[in-house]
Design a protein around this ligand. Structure first.
Ligand SMILES: Cc1cc2nc3c(=O)[nH]c(=O)nc-3n(C[C@H](O)[C@H](O)[C@H](O)COP(=O)(O)OP(=O)(O)OC[C@H]3O[C@@H](n4cnc5c(N)ncnc54)[C@H](O)[C@@H]3O)c2cc1C
Length: 435
């Protein structure tokens, strides 16, 4: 068991002026504990916090510890590409050591197992850690809403290895179909649950990838079926209807089918059952089911005792957990209400990174006994890709589609790299295939 504790010595000479004599009083060094800032999770929120802390704090001002289950960060916003096989999993991730300053941040590769916000202790596979300030940035998990079978039989674009698993599963189904004597065409059916942001972006990549898979595995294109199923009556809720029409048209032109307003009620090893009417159900056989219909915060939040909704905490304006002045929550584990729309802001990387910046500033403010600042998202827009050269979105108040939107999307992706790792990381991992 490892307990982290750190002290530095603050040596002060006290000089007293007494008439014309200067009396120097020697004071014994005072032991002053540097505050320990413990950051859990190296996704967008956690890494932004750490990168901003290391920019602003000297080595002797605080001990910053970053705990993450892997020694790499992955771009969650690119996972649909790795899952469809249009981008290599290696391109999606980079070593955390590339972006942290080792003299200012201690990185611990470990899985967080428990968070005790009353005892101020975090249990991990590398031992226990105490803290003065805690930042919880443990990200999202897939939400299956209790639909039977989904946890077991559907795949989820949850992290880089889960994305790799989806890619390999689809390739396996194509390879098996082309080698088996009695061909089961349902192997070549891919069901994508959810027509929200993640589902649509994944479908866009599948639209690019399927023709290549057909060529690679000698599969006739008309044997493949890609079906998007959605419980809500619309695609991409919250997006401009004109842009949504464009997206659906483009995806249909790539052979993708939609079943909208038809909730999945069960998943089995053979496929999914859809509710099509009051007492009407349809079972669709499929070799691959990918569930992209909802996210929740990290389950560890639910064990902290902090009030939460599906593991997301309605944080105070300065990003602290209500009732815990030393606990900050950023990214997908935090919930903030957009007061204009009277509903929560969607969980996005854009917001997670901005929260990371603000969280670092607010911790530094507390260390200096200064007031904290409220977090106000600076929303620059939202762009959904529809494959490698097509997209829809609104950026800086302007609607855009096609190559222009796709260019913007890649610039947004590159900007996220730049903000964390500067030019070297952007050059190494960035997207520059603009044609
Ligand atoms: C396919 C897809 C496309 C998306 N596209 C966009 C987009 O275009 N624009 C946008 O703004 N948002 C997009 N999002 C949403 C965005 O990715 C999330 O909002 C964002 O990743 C949240 O950041 P985060 O820092 O909260 O968590 P994450 O990025 O999920 O990071 C959490 C980190 O915590 C680590 N971790 C988790 N549990 C533990 C544990 N127990 N112990 C140790 N470490 C742990 C994880 O390994 C990870 O490194 C997309 C999401 C997906 C899945």
């Amino acid at each position: 068991m490892r307990k982290k504790k750190c002290t530095v010595l603050d040596c002060r000479g006290l000089v007293i002026f007494a008439s014309r004599h200067i009396i120097q009083v020697k004071v014994e060094p005072i032991a002053v504990k540097r505050p320990t800032i413990l950051v859990l999770g190296a996704g967008y929120g956690g890494l932004s916090t750490v990168v901003n802390l290391q920019k602003s704090l000297g080595t002797d001002e605080a001990e910053v510890i970053l705990v993450n289950k892997n020694d790499y960060h992955y771009e969650s916003t690119w996972l649909h590409e790795a899952a469809a096989g249009t981008l290599s999993p290696e391109q999606v991730r980079y070593d955390i050591s590339r972006v942290i300053k080792k003299d200012k941040v201690t990185f611990v590769k470990a899985e967080v197992r428990s968070i005790d916000v009353n005892g101020k202790t975090v249990g991990t596979t590398a031992g226990d850690f105490t803290y003065d300030y805690l930042v919880i940035a443990l990200g999202f998990e897939g939400e299956t809403f209790g639909i039977p079978g989904l946890d077991k039989y559907a795949l989820s674009i949850a992290n880089v290895n889960a994305a790799r698993q989806i890619r390999e599963h689809i390739e396996y189904q194509f390879a098996t179909w082309s080698t088996e004597d009695v061909k089961a065409d349902s192997r070549l059916t891919i069901i994508v649950g959810g027509a929200g942001f993640t589902g649509i972006e994944f479908l866009g990549e599948l639209g690019d990838r399927i023709p290549k898979l057909c060529e690679e595995f000698d599969v006739p294109a008309d044997k493949v079926k890609v079906l998007c199923v959605e419980a809500a009556p619309m695609v991409l809720p919250g997006f401009d209807p004109e842009l949504v029409d464009y997206a659906v048209r483009q995806l249909k032109s790539k052979g993708i089918e939609f079943s909208i307003g038809t909730p999945v009620v069960e998943a089995t090893p053979e496929g999914v059952k859809l509710k099509k009417g009051e007492d009407e159900f349809e079972f669709i056989e499929a070799g691959t089911v990918v569930w992209a219909a909802g996210v929740r915060g990290n389950r560890l939040i639910e064990e902290t005792g902090i009030e939460n909704m599906r593991a997301r905490v309605k944080v105070d304006k300065d990003l602290r957990a209500p009732g815990y002045s030393d606990v900050f929550i950023v990214g997908d584990c935090a919930l903030m209400i957009n007061e204009e729309a009277n509903r929560p802001y969607p969980p996005t990387a854009q917001i997670a990174m901005q929260q990371g910046d603000m969280c670092a500033n607010n911790i530094i403010a507390l260390m200096k006994q200064q007031p904290t600042s409220p977090f106000v998202p600076d929303l620059k827009g939202s762009i959904a890709s529809l494959g490698s050269s097509d997209a829809i979105g609104v950026a800086f108040g302007k609607k855009m589609t096609g190559a222009k939107a796709s260019f913007m999307k890649k610039m947004v992706d590159n900007r996220a790299l730049y903000l964390i790792g500067g030019a070297p990381l952007t050059i190494k991992k960035g997207k520059f295939d603009f044609l």
